[in-house]
Design a protein around this ligand. Sequence first.
Ligand code: GYE
Length: 302
Amino acid sequence: ACGADGSDGAGDDGTLTLGFAQVGAESGWRTANTESIQQAAEEAGIDLQFSDAQQKQENQIRSIRSYIQQDVDVIAFSPVVETGWDAVLLEAQRADIPVILTDRAIDSEDDSLYETFLGSDFVEEGRKAGRWLVDNSDGPTNVVELQGTTGAAPAIDRKEGFEEAVSGSSDIEVIATQDGDFTRSGGKEVMEAFLNSHDDIDVVYAHNDDMGLGAIEAIRAAGLEPGEDIRIITVDAVRAGMEALAEGEINFIVECNPLLGEQLMELVEQVAAGEEVTKRIEVEETTFTQEEAEAALPDRQY
Ligand code: GYE
């Protein structure tokens, strides 16, 4: 770290060490994100210490503490939930190790605890999903929502953005909402329960592709046609989601870009050198209809 020894943050041979605490391997998005980070670190000649928290905050905190102990040059992580980070981030600050938030944000009053947050505008993603539904519905529309991990920034924000966008339309009603933990199996299980207790579901709004793909399995198992009998909106646009969209099983996907590796490594180099960086860096994204998915698939990297 850039500290009392007067070093510029690099080791004796000039190599930077980055400690990265990943959320887990819960989705196609996460896999693409991990690959992007590993590849970009290699290309930038940054020594990457990588840990997978299996979606548990205590595991992430433990990894961050071990990176502090190792005196890495920079710590980056994607916080599994929004709250509960102040204590460990204070420890990093006291050890003079700069912290970068990537993908997910934290909810803290002290924004000196991190240098910058690189990630998507999840509220806007939720709005895009809601606006599409408003523009593509007529008559009463019952929605069930498959939420991401409780307490995670993308779950909180995608819910909020969607609600905001559909709030003006009295025909659209969210009749059930539940945590599917961003996994395919979680989406399938919750959707099975929804189908058992409601016979009037028109639309599934899933906070990621994986849960939407799980819902497709549950809908088929109930003898219904996904994309026809029940329309499906998801977020991410990973390959498996885009294929289901092109095949007509999903109706609309809001993109969330996982390829953050290159930008992250640039930020690592800048903060290690003591440079001031922008506090919030947003990722640019689009949306896909079924026709657009078909056209985009051949060039899709993930
Ligand atoms: O949408 C989901 C993943 O934090 C943006 O986490 C990320 C989300 C992504 O599990 O698939």
